[in-house]
Design a protein around this ligand. Structure first.
Ligand SMILES: Cc1cn([C@H]2C[C@H](O)[C@@H](COP(=O)(O)OP(=O)(O)OP(=O)(O)O)O2)c(=O)[nH]c1=O
Length: 207
């Protein structure tokens, strides 16, 4: 069996999102998880795109504070935007039901920003995906809330879970809706010498 070597920089995922960890795993990128806490409140007049970008940058920079020297840190943020209004994670049941009824029958946007930094430079990108919902009844929204799925997700739904039954169409990046746009993330990581498929290649080496 050959020795496992990973000579590239260590990647820190500054996120508590299990989806982001799974998405990085999906493309074979190994990382260490170090969630960070920042204030996620838009500034007056801040556009949704500027807000998600700032959040991703702030998460990545907060991650640097707990990272070893030479590490690369990735932060990301996802919001749903409906008629210009930013919908983050619902605060409670009423908030979730209000969001779901607002999204009912609409085409809305899901914006995900990714920021990658090594402390010397930072790169970031915002990816916008359009999602169309079927018309929902109040009782459907209530039943969905009771599944527990909406509470930790922007807009109060998960396209990758039970919420998939609400989605009639999607235009853009599916992985961005789930929390990390994989094509764009791969390009950002490559700029910091972090290749994709590394765990897959290591596994093959050890066959
Ligand atoms: C719209 C949508 C969002 N989401 C999730 C992605 C994000 O995890 C979450 C939005 O909240 P975020 O604040 O972007 O992320 P988070 O709080 O989960 O994790 P962290 O800040 O530590 O990185 O919503 C889905 O899982 N599916 C969906 O369909």
């Amino acid at each position: 069996m050959s020795e496992i070597k990973n000579n590239g920089p260590q990647l820190i995922l500054a996120s508590a999102s299990p989806r982001r960890r799974e998405l990085l795993q999906q493309i074979g990128v190994a990382c260490h998880i170090k969630p960070v806490h920042i204030l996620e409140i838009p500034q007056p007049q801040e556009s949704p795109a500027a807000f998600v970008e700032r959040m991703a940058r702030e998460k990545a920079c907060a991650g640097l504070a707990v990272a070893d020297d030479g590490a690369v840190v990735l932060g990301a943020d996802t919001v749903v935007v409906c008629e210009g209004q930013i919908l983050g994670k619902p605060t409670d049941r009423d908030d979730a039901l209000k969001m779901l009824l607002q999204l009912s029958g609409t085409e809305h946007q899901v914006m995900t920003a990714v920021a990658v930094t090594n402390g010397e430079r930072i790169r970031h990108q915002v990816v916008t995906t359009k999602v169309q919902f079927q018309t929902l009844t109040a009782s459907q929204c209530q039943q969905y809330w009771e599944t527990g799925e909406p509470c930790d997700k922007a807009g109060g739904y998960g396209i990758q879970g039970l919420g998939a039954v609400f989605v009639t169409a999607i235009k853009g990046s599916y992985s961005a809706v789930v929390g990390l746009p994989l094509m764009e993330t791969a390009a950002l990581l490559a700029a910091f010498d972090i290749p994709v498929w590394q765990t897959a290649c290591l596994a093959k080496e050890n066959d």
